[in-house]
Ligand binder design. Structure first.
Ligand code: ZN
Length: 387
C-alpha cells in the first residue's frame, strides 16, 4: 500500500516548492528530485543527507524531499525526525503537513492522521491526495461509509489516479453486495444470523484476519496493512449485521496454524505428528489468536467451530503426537486440549460458540460437548445429532 501512495504524492504535488537559495544547492536538490521521480530513492537520499551534513542552512525543501525518501524506504523514525525539522522551519507548509498525515497513517495512528489532514481539506478542498489518505484512515478505523465517500471524492478530483479507483472498487465491491443486498433482505428469509464461512486454504480462518501481534516473526511474513483491512472489514460487517437485527458469527477451525508457524516456533512440534497438543506454546497461540480477534472485531457475536474439519488436523480421529505427555491422553482429552482454549476466550469475552459438524457424531464428540457444557456454564449452539 505504501508503495502506491508515495507514487501518488509525486503526481499530486509540484516538485518545486519555490524556496530561493544558492545555485549549487539548487542544482543538487534538482538532481535529487529527478532521482526521486525515477524512484531511485537510495541515491537521492545520499545526496540529500550529504547536503544536510554540509550546511547548517540547506534549502528547506531538502528536508521535505528527504522525508519522501525515508517514507518510501519505510524508515518511519527518520522520516518523522526530518519532517519535524521541516515543520519547525515552515509550520504551515501544506506538503509538509500532508506528509505528516501520511506518516501518521503509515504508522497506524489513524485518528492523529485525521486531525492533521482534515484541516488541510478546509484549506484546499480539491486536494485529492489528502482525501485519499483520509479515506484510508477511515477505512482502517472501520468507518467504511466515510472511507467510501472520501475515496469517491479522490477519484472525482483525480480521475486518472488508478490507485484511488482501485481502493474505491475494493471497498465497494467487497462490502457493497453483502451490505446492500444480503443484510437488509435477511429478515425476509427468516434469517436471524449471518456467518462467514470457508476453509483455511480458501482464505477464511481467524488466522487469516489477525496480524499476530504477539508473534512478531510470524507477523513479518504478512503484509501488515492487509491484515488491518481484513479486521476492519469483519468489524464493519458485524456492525451492519447488527443494524439489520442479525447476529454475526464467524466460522473457525479449532486448530489451524498459518504457514511458517511451526518452523518459527519449533517448540510446538510433536513427535511423529505436526504439533504437540501438550505444548503450552501451542495452547497459548490458540488463546492469543481468539483474544486478538475479539479485541480487533469486538462486534462479532461468536465463533462457529467445525469440529474435525479443520483442514490440517482431525483431532477426533488423528493418532496425534507420540511424546510422553500426549501418549497418555485419550482422544477426548486431545480434542479438549484445543477446545478448552477456545472456550476460555469466548467465555471471557462473552461470545457464543456454535459447534457444527457435517459428519455423524462419534461418542467422542458427544462426550466433549457434554463436558463443554458443564465447563463453560452455558450451552453452546449445536447442530448435529449424538447417537
Ligand atoms: Zn506431545
Amino acid at each position: 500500500m505504501g508503495h502506491l501512495i508515495v507514487a501518488v504524492i509525486f503526481m499530486s504535488f509540484p516538485q518545486s516548492l519555490g524556496f530561493a537559495t544558492d545555485t549549487l544547492a539548487q542544482d543538487r536538490l534538482r538532481q535529487a528530485t529527478q532521482l526521486i521521480s525515477e524512484e531511485k530513492f537510495e541515491a537521492a537520499r545520499q545526496i540529500l543527507e550529504a547536503m544536510l551534513a554540509a550546511s547548517e542552512h540547506p534549502p528547506p525543501e531538502t528536508y521535505c524531499q528527504l522525508t519522501l525518501c525515508y517514507l518510501k524506504q519505510t524508515e518511519w523514525k527518520k522520516a518523522e525526525e526530518t519532517l519535524q525539522t521541516f515543520l519547525r522551519l515552515s509550520p504551515e507548509n501544506f506538503l509538509a503537513l500532508y506528509l505528516k498525515g501520511y506518516l501518521l497513517f503509515s504508522t497506524q495512528r489513524y485518528e492523529e492522521s485525521l486531525r492533521v489532514l482534515e484541516p488541510l481539506i478546509e484549506r484546499q478542498p480539491g486536494n485529492a491526495a489528502s482525501h485519499k489518505v483520509i479515506g484510508l484512515d477511515h477505512f482502517m478505523l472501520g468507518r467504511i461509509e466515510q472511507a467510501e465517500a472520501e475515496m469517491k471524492r479522490a477519484t472525482e478530483l483525480a480521475p486518472k489516479d488508478a490507485e484511488a479507483h482501485y481502493y474505491l472498487g475494493r471497498i465497494v465491491t467487497t462490502l457493497g453486495y453483502i451490505k446492500s443486498e444480503i443484510l437488509p433482505r435477511a429478515a425476509e428469509y427468516g434469517m436471524n444470523s449471518i456467518e462467514v464461512n470457508g476453509r483455511p486454504g480458501d482464505g477464511w480462518d481467524i488466522a487469516w484476519v489477525i496480524g499476530f501481534e504477539k508473534y512478531p516473526e510470524l507477523a513479518a511474513l504478512f503484509p501488515k496493512g492487509e491484515r488491518r483491512e481484513r479486521m476492519a472489514l469483519v468489524e464493519d460487517l458485524a456492525r451492519s449485521a447488527h443494524d439489520n437485527l442479525l447476529e454475526f458469527l464467524v466460522w473457525n477451525h479449532e486448530l489451524y496454524l498459518p504457514p511458517g508457524f511451526v518452523e518459527l516456533y519449533p517448540k510446538v512440534k510433536g513427535v511423529d505428528y505436526p504439533v504437540c497438543l501438550s505444548s503450552e506454546l501451542l495452547k497459548k497461540s490458540i488463546r492469543n489468536k481468539y483474544v486478538e480477534f475479539f479485541q480487533g472485531a469486538p462486534s462479532v457475536d461468536g465463533v462457529v467451530i467445525s469440529v474435525n474439519e479443520s483442514g490440517q488436523f482431525s483431532l477426533i480421529t488423528d493418532a496425534g503426537c507420540k511424546c510422553d505427555r500426549c501418549r497418555r491422553l485419550s482422544q477426548h482429552e486431545r480434542l479438549m486440549a484445543v477446545l478448552n482454549e477456545v472456550i476460555a476466550v469466548t467465555t471471557e469475552f462473552k461470545k457464543q460458540i456454535v459447534l457444527r459438524t457435517f459428519r455423524r457424531l462419534s461418542s467422542t464428540i458427544c462426550t466433549a460437548i457434554q463436558s463443554w457444557r458443564r465447563f463453560a456454564g452455558h450451552s453452546p449452539g449445536f447442530l448435529g445429532r449424538c447417537r
